[in-house]
Structures are given as C-alpha cells and as structure tokens.
Design a binder for this molecule. Sequence first.
Ligand code: GDP
Ligand code: MG
Ligand code: K
Length: 299
Amino acid sequence: MEFDPNFHSGFVAIVGRPNVGKSTFLNRIIGQKIAIMSDKAQTTRNKIQGVYTDNDSQIVFLDTPGIHKPINKLDDFMEKSAFSALKEVDAVLFMVSATETRGAGDNFIINRLKEIDKPVYLIINKIDEINPNKLLSIMDIYKKALDWKEVFPISALQGNNVDELMANLKALLPAGPQYYPEDEVTDHPERFIVAELIREKILMLARDEIPYSIAIDILSMKTNEHGNVDIQADILVDRPGQKGILIGKQGSMLKKIGTLARQDIEDLLGSKVYLKLWVKVHPGWRNESSVLKSLGYKK
Ligand code: GDP
Ligand code: MG
Ligand code: K
C-alpha cells in the first residue's frame, strides 16, 4: 500500500443513548456499505459499524455496545471493556436527541467521556423536529458538560448539516492509510461470501440429493434503519424434484439452511441478519449468460 500524505483516515466511535439516531446517521453517510469483518477489524475491541470512504479520506465508524449505564456486574464489566476501547479512537461523536431532555443516561456517558483524552463532538440530532428558536437553549444544556471539540446540530434523517460535520471530522483525522480497500466495503464481496455461505449449508445438509447444480442469487442486501441487515436470496435449481428436497417437509429443510446460514452471516457482518430464502426452478440456468452475469460469474 503506497503512502499518500494527502489521504486522511482514522477511527471514530459513535456513542449515545438508544434511539437518538446513531444508526440513521451511519445509514445516511454510508448506505448499505458494510466492512467485511477481517482480522484487521478484530484488532480493535469495538465493533465496526461502517466504513466511509471517499477520494481523500476513510473513516471507520465503531459501535460501543457497552457504554450505557451499567445495571449489573456483567454489564459493569462489559462497560469497562467498551470504555477502554474508546481510548483507541481518533474522535468520539456523542449524539443526543433535540427532542429528549438531558437525562441520567446522557450524564453517565458524559462522565465516562471526561476520562478520555480524545476530541469529543456533541451532535444534537433530530433538529428537524424542533422549533429553531429552541436550538440555542438546547445547546446551553450541554455546553458546559464537557470541553466539546465541536458542536453540530444535525438531522440525520433529512441530512441537515451532515456534510459540514463530515468535512470537519475529515479535517481532524491524521494522514493515514486506507485501512479497507474500497471493494471490501461495497456490497459485492459480501454478496459473494453470503452466497457461498448459503451454498455451503445446502451442500452440507443435502449433498447426496443436490449436486453442484444450484446457484444462489442475492436479490438484495440492505442495512435497515436499525443497523440490521435484510437479505433476500433465490436458490436456483435445475429440476422440480430438487426444489422439493430443498424446501423439505413443511419447509423444514429450507428453515434449517436459513438458520445455519444466518448465524454465519451474522458472525461475518457483526450485525443481526434477516435472511429470506426462496427456491426457484430455473432449468438450464448455467447456460444463460444473463443469469450468470447477474450471479457474478461473468464480467
Ligand atoms: P439509535 O438507537 O441511536 O441507532 O437510533 P436510530 O437510528 O435507530 O433512530 C431511532 C429513531 O429515531 C428512528 O425511528 C429514526 O427514524 C428516528 N430518527 C433518527 N434520526 C432522526 C432525525 O434526524 N430526525 C427525526 N425526526 N427522526 C430521526
Ligand atoms: Mg442503532
Ligand atoms: K449493526
């Protein structure tokens, strides 16, 4: 990998109470791009939520699942490990909702953030829901709570001020490498791997009945507004008899295939996955160039 001194990159954690709009924000800037969980991903203890890449920057966004208020010993332990992982990031976005009053959950996180020596941005989300006159008084409520690097009122839903926030964040990040190649964060390689995981389960459960005459067509793969991944896929077979075998008694075989594949895909993506599978008879699919092309076998 060549070093380009004009390329900026880094790791950014997004923290905040549930429902303030963290996933909506990520969805807006990254869409359905998800990083493949490679060894690199495991070097930080935080879960990679998404990778933003453009011509001169890459921002790896991290989730910190344990930053909420602890309720028991296990949570307390999780909390501490999530907190120590925050020390590995270049910046933290602390998100609050303009529609909610500052609460104990916010204060708990703010107190933890006081202990780390990192730039923390205050992101006041959902400004589309409030009267603009109220914004200054909302900012006042948080202003003295921490020595904020910047304060950005935004609407993750409608996009207000999101470009400005991204530009500011990019300028803050140091010159660095592109940690993830662009093709690792588009949907194509994941689609291919997801298809392979489904195929693997079919061959595992029905190897004798189903030879290599199946194809998996990933119809869609999207991250929904809650950060979960919805996947719809067709299993193409040559003959009606094969369809019956793959569906099984009252759908039992297809259910087994789906459950096993889903578990592997969840491990791969680090997200909750909804997998919908259909079996379709498509005689001679292997000879049709349009089908092969849509399955990614031909350029
Ligand atoms: P998270 O739990 O922090 O990830 O929050 P989500 O991204 O799941 O958002 C929670 C709810 O708030 C969803 O119903 C979103 O559609 C909504 N939401 C998120 N951002 C905005 C925003 O900027 N404006 C409005 N009006 N609603 C938003
Ligand atoms: Mg979320
Ligand atoms: K997720």
